[in-house]
Unconditional design. Structure first.
Length: 276
């Protein structure tokens, strides 16, 4: 499948118009099946889907680390994840027939029935990420130089190949020591899930990692970062008030509005070397 589509469009500029070719990103629905839980539906840029699955499970608190994954199978844009924890759903009559059918050693025969049930659309409806009963403050002593933050956002933009061609995706970057992972997706949540998943597969110490990405910083994004133990999140966009509250409770350093040669530190400023 071509992941970038070229379309003939009309461009108007300064009173003149002409037909040009415009690149657009091909987004697809991705269904994530985790053990016996209801399926979860996402609109994604369908690359690095295994990284996404791992990162999503970590961010939702469904696994503690990559070793909790028994298997990941990809069938087009359907992802079937089996964990060592064998999650079961809460009792729900609407789901019961679906779950029992899947328990009968059937991996894909019941997919059509499963797709009729939309599941938890966690990315844009809150889902599990919308609530975190207890927040353990992050105690990492990781620090980042102020000038490095500017460099990181520039690097993020420079390496965002799909964004450069289409302007239709978000991009996330995870940095661990001298290692950098970059992923893109139509969803800011999925882009961040992808870098978290890729880092987990590499065995990175999340307390020594930080994320730079494009997009707002609401509570559900901060909850995910707290769950995996990443101490710093950086964005060229704005935080939401809910995100600031969660960042304060979790002792996460939140940096926003990274533009040109400036940025704003909203929480835990001690991790930013402001004089360097």
């Amino acid at each position: 499948m071509d992941l970038i589509r070229q379309t003939d469009v009309i461009q108007w500029k300064d009173g003149e118009y002409k037909t040009i070719k415009e690149n657009t990103v091909n987004d697809e629905y991705t269904y994530l099946f985790i053990d016996y839980l209801p399926p979860r539906k996402f609109s994604t840029y369908p690359e690095n889907l295994e990284d996404f699955a791992v990162g999503y499970c970590l961010g939702e608190g469904l696994i503690k680390d990559y070793s909790d994954i028994k298997s990941i199978q990809l069938d087009g844009t359907n992802i079937l994840v089996t964990t060592t924890l064998s999650h079961d759903p809460e009792e729900d009559l609407e789901q019961d027939g679906i779950v029992q059918q899947k328990k009968g050693n059937c991996e894909h025969a019941c997919v059509c029935r499963l797709l009729e049930y939309q599941g938890v659309n966690s990315d844009n409806a809150g889902g599990i990420r919308s609530d975190l009963e207890t927040i353990e403050p992050i105690l990492s002593d990781l620090t980042v130089d102020a000038t490095q933050i500017i460099k990181d956002i520039k690097h993020l933009t420079d390496e965002a190949k799909i964004w450069q061609k289409t302007a239709g995706v978000h991009v996330a970057q995870l940095k661990y020591e001298d290692n950098i992972i970059i992923r893109e997706d139509v969803s800011r949540h999925v882009a961040v899930d992808k870098v978290i998943g890729a880092a987990s597969k590499e065995g990175y110490d999340f307390s020594k990692c930080y994320i730079s990405y494009s997009g707002r910083m609401p509570a559900d994004m901060l909850i995910k970062v707290i769950r995996v133990g990443i101490p710093i999140i950086i964005s060229n966009a704005a935080p939401a008030a809910s995100g600031i509250d969660v960042a304060e409770a979790g002792n996460i350093t939140m940096v926003g509005f990274v533009r040109d040669n400036r940025f704003t530190v909203f929480t835990a400023p001690e991790r930013i070397n402001l004089k360097k």
